[in-house]
Write a protein that binds this ligand. Structure first.
Ligand code: BES
Ligand code: MN
Ligand code: MN
Length: 463
């Protein structure tokens, strides 16, 4: 019987050229100028799922971008794996920082990827990783090795908060019914240390507006006598962390699930090289909450970060002006048991409270989602671990990630399903950044590994 590794070796050039075609379409969900491209990408995914062997594929309309749904049911008595992924991508800005255009994929060898990496927006997040699943299905169907039922649900609004998918999931519980959800939209430690993501952070994203005088003012005539919204906003933001980099919003930490010393010791065993981390980012030192390691700060601890700040004059030269308004976009990464809606409320009332007289403050919540942790004593985790053992020759390390995929906790709530996160990206893939890329070795290894998950999950479930 042909193995997935043989099949990949035989079809690797085609697997790559198909991915290149998918990466050429700028499916930027955040920017309505690209809405036709987003829709075209959905159609491409539909076609790919049909060709890979799904029995039925449909484009499900939502209030926003469509969800591509496909399935192959071989026997209702067998387990069902639901694959989730997203075909939309982040905006590529700032364009000038890309070494090659974001939607003209090219293969380049790098120190980290001597076998080559594909550079394009979405290469790793999530078109490349999603497409591994389509090709894994093709392998299983073509070689008669699909051991169970499979459903695919590929959405186009993940990068803008999966707002409409919540309704879709709630209205299609029967259709989406499954025994496990499988997602490749995260990363692993490295080639030598494969890892399985066991946790995701939640998110609360807000925009704030500070208004001072009713119009922009001459900074000489009025400067010093009225509140400057940018000065005030900067002060307010600075006050959100104390000298130990703890967040100062009252109640913010109340529900944070603290890890036991044992769990922290386990976490600390994961390979991590602080110097290499700093070198990769060209920083002299890391920075963060006192009392926690870098790996803890970026996974099991909540954060508050300004993602963007603007106001006043930012054009060429100098303009002496006190602006009427100042703005910022702020994200808070949350950990299990923190409720994102509650945190959004805590933030809002705190931000309103600390505003001095002389300015008005408006807080507008954007999107958000709950965090997620998954136990490692489940069949799904064991099957995934065995799959990595088969193709990497190593037992994967369980690792909590700092990123967010809000749909994962929603799946648990609406469908009662656990998710297994088999990510094949690396932190260095520059997702959401210029020069995003995905190592070809990881792309092919993913296609090779995924079918073993199906095999072991089915074997372990059907006893
Ligand atoms: N795939 C990422 C999330 C991710 C990446 C998790 C790497 C773990 C490791 C996803 O596409 C993403 O970017 N999510 C957003 C949240 C969303 C609500 C916009 C995020 O984490 O910022
Ligand atoms: Mn993603
Ligand atoms: Mn993303």
């Amino acid at each position: 019987m042909q193995t997935s590794s043989d099949y990949v070796a035989q079809h690797k050039d085609r697997f790559l050229s198909e991915l290149i075609e998918l990466l050429k379409i700028p499916s930027i969900s955040a920017d309505s100028a690209f809405s036709q491209d987003v829709i075209n990408t959905a159609e491409m995914v539909e076609k790919a799922l049909k060709e890979a062997g799904c029995d039925s594929v449909e484009i499900c309309e939502t209030e926003g971008y469509p969800i591509v749904y496909g399935e192959k049911i071989i026997n209702p008595d067998l387990p069902t794996v639901l694959v989730y992924g997203h075909y939309d991508v982040q905006p590529p800005d700032p364009l000038e920082l890309w070494d090659s255009p974001p939607f003209e994929p090219i293969i380049k060898e790098t120190e980290e990827h001597p076998e080559g990496a594909i550079f394009a927006r979405g290469a790793s997040d999530d078109k490349g990783q999603m497409y591994m699943h389509v090709k894994a299905l093709e392998f299983m169907v073509n070689t008669d090795q699909l051991p169970c039922n499979v459903k695919f649900m590929i959405e186009g609004e993940e990068e803008v908060g999966s707002v409409n998918i919540a309704t879709f999931v709630a209205n299609n519980k029967e259709k989406l019914k499954n025994d496990v959800i499988l997602i490749s939209d995260t990363g692993m430690i490295s080639k030598d240390y494969p890892s399985i993501t066991t946790g995701l952070r939640g998110l609360s994203y807000v925009e704030v507006e500070v208004t001072g005088p009713n119009r922009d003012l001459h900074s000489g005539l009025y400067g010093g006598a009225v509140a400057n919204p940018i000065n005030i906003l900067s002060k307010m933001i600075a006050s959100l962390h104390d000298e130990n980099n703890h967040i100062t919003i009252p109640g913010f930490y109340d529900k944070v699930a603290e890890l036991t010393p044992n769990e922290r010791a386990e976490m600390a065993k994961a390979p991590f090289n602080l110097e290499a981390y700093q070198n990769a980012l060209k920083i002299e030192s890391v920075y963060g909450e006192k009392g926690y390691t870098t790996n803890e700060r970026n996974s099991i601890r909540p954060t508050l970060d300004v993602n963007g700040i603007w106001g006043g004059y930012t054009g060429e030269g100098a303009k002496t002006v006190i602006p009427s308004k100042a703005y910022a976009k702020i994200s808070m990464r949350l950990v299990p048991h923190q409720d994102w809606k509650e945190i959004t409320e805590l933030f809002t009332s705190h931000f309103e409270n600390i505003a001095p007289k002389g300015v008005k403050v408006k807080v507008t919540p954007h999107h958000g989602g709950q965090g997620y942790v998954t136990p490692i004593d489940t069949i799904a985790y064991k099957a995934a671990a065995k799959a990595y053992e088969t193709t990497f020759g190593k037992t994967p390390i369980p690792q909590r990630s700092g990123g967010s995929i809000p749909i994962v906790s929603l799946f648990e709530k609406e469908l009662g399903s656990k998710t297994i996160l088999m990510g094949f990206g690396l932190d260095s893939n520059a997702i959401h950044s210029p020069n995003e890329h995905f190592g070809l070795w990881f792309y092919y290894k993913g296609i090779e590994t995924i079918p073993y998950f199906y095999k072991y999950f089915t074997e372990m479930s059907v006893k």
